[in-house]
Design a protein around this ligand. Structure first.
Ligand code: ARG
Ligand code: ZN
Length: 477
């Protein structure tokens, strides 16, 4: 996402310099990847997206998805060609008012050659039309679009956008979103941000649901939950809309347990804001799927999606705390590299320990001691996975969460409470709506605390085996 003024200045500058110096660099193809060390072909180079406008029509009975996505971007180099990350059958691509040629490369790269080359800094309007049965589309060896008995869920990490809209699919290129979906009347279509059309009749038997996310959002945090949901709308004290939705297939007890937790999202968000700084977004809520539909929860921006299964035994406020803590750690400040995933999961998990302490249950120190000594004994293979470098196939290993949270707790012990919370606030403030890497986090934490964290982070994030550690020195209030 670039600011408009910057774009114009760069464009003017490029033209002036090019003409005056008489050297016009030949336009070159944009890179097919964004430079991620774990997933080299995720995201792309050569352009920067500012906005996605996604218009879809979906029928749960057939799983047929037809759509048009319009992308507003700007070129970051003189561009002869560029890639979009996309797996669905594509009908047409237009770039800046001309039909473009396009080919599929592998199963999730769409290579687009515009009719005219694009100058660096110039605006880029890309229109992609598509039509497919997403649940049948396999890319990178799996399908991520999840068809349910009454609809579909586009909820996953890191790979989900490929199955429903073309994008620059890496968290380092965020954009605003408009998502608008036609579904048969009676079916709900829920997404991120603010509802701008709520089951508005469109034509015989079809309703339109439209959602707007005006804050920068990573592609994987953009979601779609289509199906039969009981929905609730309210307004937070800050004026932002709260939308919660519960799949109607949940049995009464599970639905009640889910509501017990998810209806406290607003309160939990405010509690988190008191700890780490202002809530970065303008909408709130949560979506609960049928039990077992999804298999995990995801911190989809402004509105996490939970699996009903998480509430089968009763309320689960801790899970809501985890997904809402991600709104700061993961959503507003995203990973600069997928390798940095502990920055998401370690902090979201640590927030659960702080919540436990706040509730007068186990303190963070007690939980840290318990996890370190009892849950994972020294010979547990758990200690062989490195939270700072889990590898692309173990992105969500338990070590990323629990050893990540222990790392956060140990940091707190090393720098003291005042500096610890100052570090969290500075991280989420200075990188709001952006991204960051582990070395960048370390530099900030060292600057604020004056403590050299190198040996500590080396041991906790990057060294196999259980690090030495005494019982927590943090006092229980
Ligand atoms: N970030 C999610 C969480 O906070 C986990 C997502 C797991 N993804 C998956 N495909 N299993 O818990
Ligand atoms: Zn998480």
């Amino acid at each position: 996402m670039l600011r408009r003024t910057v774009t114009v200045t760069a464009a003017v500058l490029a033209v002036v310099l090019g003409v005056q110096a008489g050297v016009q660099a030949a336009p070159t193809p944009g890179s097919p990847g964004a430079g991620d060390v774990y997933y080299p072909d995720y995201g792309n180079g050569g352009y920067d997206v500012a906005h996605y406008d996604i218009r879809l029509r979906y029928h749960p009975a057939t799983d047929r998805l037809t759509g048009t996505t319009t992308i507003l971007a700007s070129a970051t180099q003189d561009l002869s060609r560029f890639n979009l990350d996309f797996a669905l059958a594509t009908q047409s691509v237009r770039v800046n008012n001309r039909a473009a040629t396009f080919t599929k490369q592998g199963d999730h790269e769409l290579v687009v050659t515009p009719a005219r080359t694009i100058a660096r800094g110039a605006p880029l309007t890309i229109v992609v039309e598509y039509d497919d049965i997403p649940s049948t589309v396999v890319a990178a060896g799996f399908t991520s679009w999840n068809r349910t008995p009454d609809g579909a869920l586009a909820v996953n990490e890191p790979e989900i956008a490929w199955w429903w809209y073309p994008s620059n699919d890496h968290p380092t290129d965020k954009a605003s979103f408009d998502v608008s979906v036609l579904v048969p009347t009676g079916v709900e279509a829920i997404s991120n941000g603010t509802p701008t059309r709520w089951a508005v009749p469109a034509f015989g038997g079809w309703d339109r649901w439209s959602w707007r996310q005006d804050k920068p959002q990573a592609t994987y945090l953009t979601f779609l939950a289509i199906g039969d949901f009981d929905t609730y709308q309210d307004t937070s004290a800050d004026g932002s809309p709260i939308v919660t939705a519960y799949n109607t297939r949940l049995d009464a007890a599970t639905a009640a347990a889910a509501r017990t937790s998810v209806e406290r999202s607003d309160e939990i968000t405010d509690w988190l804001a008191g700890l780490v700084g202002p809530y970065p977004f303008g909408a709130r809520g949560g979506v609960v799927t049928g039990a077992g539909d999804q298999g995990f929860a995801l911190e989809t921006q402004t509105r996490p999606v939970y699996d009903g299964r998480s509430f089968l035994r009763g309320s689960n406020n801790s899970l809501v705390v985890h997904e809402l803590a991600h709104q700061w750690f993961g959503d507003s400040v995203s990973v600069g590299q997928w390798k940095d995933i502990w920055l998401n999961e370690g902090f979201a998990s640590y927030a659960q320990w702080l919540w436990s302490e706040e509730q007068g249950e186990g303190s963070a120190a007690e939980l840290a001691d318990y996890v370190y000594s009892t849950v994972y004994p020294a010979d547990d293979p758990f200690w062989q996975v490195l939270p700072g470098d889990p590898g692309p196939t173990r992105l969500f290993d338990g070590a990323v969460y629990d050893r990540g949270a222990l790392t956060v707790h140990h940091l707190r012990e090393l720098v003291g409470d005042e500096d610890f919370f100052a570090i969290l606030r500075a991280w989420t403030d200075t990188r709001r709506h952006g991204d960051g890497t582990t070395p960048e986090f370390q530099a900030l934490a060292e600057r604020i605390s004056g403590v050299d964290l190198d040996a500590f982070l080396q041991e906790w994030l990057y060294t196999p085996g259980r690090p030495d550690r005494g019982v927590s020195t943090l006092s229980v209030p």
